[in-house]
Design a protein around this ligand. Structure first.
Ligand code: ZN
Length: 304
């Protein structure tokens, strides 16, 4: 699919390189991460952590094939942010929320937002629901809690795919999102040793993803920079996939959630005699229900 590339459209590039010994994804996600920031009103370190996981979710979502496939990335950590949940579908619609939106921490020893400090020690859960009986579930222990390295470790141990993951979020002075993006590079089982060595050298020499984006590099330029001269074949760009923050909630879904809490609790809400407001976790949209609406909902609820 070809799309118009403008500043307001986030997208992912899918490519292969070195005669298909490598598959790669790169994304620019500034708008998605800014949308998440404004919806959840996150502090900078939380914006960075959530933005990195949203960016990874977008690329990993687009690796899935089925229309209804759903990817969930969950991090639970001991840090003040406590963790976050991100979901993505195969069309790279992504949504997510932090468990604690406002965390203030001093910069780390590199002068950067201390994502590892905000997340703390913990685990990463990757759940892929592909419409089978049992969803695939891979859990790994967080290695650095900086997100990219944790996903690299996940791919290596849970999926046995040697990978390199780069993720970055850069803030404006006013704490809105200036740049966000990332890449995932994966080695196929038959990759030659020379290609691996050439790639490792490239990765060691590169600046951060956000530095490349700040230089004006697009996702395809980032992949060309990393992969085009590993061997004589160069890279082949396969696809451009639009991606965005998107939540599919509506009042009907929220109603179902209220029904599921059971008769007793709904009765208590009705007895309070006030309208209630329920917010969607993922996008923070508020839905209000009148007492009359709650009485209708009560009829559909079961006693618990
Ligand atoms: Zn929502």
């Amino acid at each position: 699919m070809k799309i118009e590339k403008n500043e307001n459209q986030d997208y992912i590039i899918r490519a292969t390189a070195a005669n298909q010994q490598i598959r790669a994804f790169a994304a620019t996600t500034r708008n998605m991460v800014e949308e998440a920031r404004s919806r959840h009103d996150t502090s900078p370190v939380v914006t960075a952590a959530l933005g990195r996981l949203l960016t990874a979710g977008a690329m990993m979502g687009s690796m899935m094939k089925g229309e209804k496939d759903l990817l969930t990335l969950q991090i639970h950590g001991s840090g003040p942010m406590k963790g976050m949940t991100v979901t993505a579908d195969s069309r790279a619609n992504v949504k997510g929320y932090p468990y604690e939106p406002v965390v203030m921490l001093p910069a780390n020893d590199k002068g950067k937002l201390d994502v590892a400090g905000a997340v703390g020690i913990g685990v990463l859960n990757v759940i892929r629901d592909m419409g089978m009986k049992e969803p695939y579930n891979g859990q790994t222990v967080l290695q650095t809690s900086e997100i990219a390295e944790d996903l690299t470790y996940y791919f290596a141990t849970s999926e046995q795919i040697p990978s390199s993951v780069g993720l970055g979020v850069l803030m404006e002075r006013d704490n809105t999102v200036k740049q966000a993006g990332g890449f995932i590079i994966q080695l196929m089982p038959y990759v030659e040793e020379e290609v691996i060595m050439a790639l490792e050298k490239k990765l060691a020499d590169m600046h951060s993803v956000t530095a490349l984006l700040e230089e004006g590099k697009t996702p395809e330029m980032i992949l060309r920079y990393l992969l085009d001269d590993l061997d004589d074949h160069g890279i082949e760009v396969l696809d451009t996939i639009p991606t965005a923050f998107y939540c599919n909630c509506d009042k009907k879904r929220v109603e179902k959630a209220i029904i599921s809490i059971g008769k007793k609790d709904i009765k208590e809400m009705i007895e309070d005699g006030k309208d209630i407001e329920v917010k969607c976790h993922f996008c923070n949209t508020a839905y209000s229900f009148t007492v009359e609406e709650l009485q209708e909902i009560l009829k559909q609820a079961k006693s618990k």
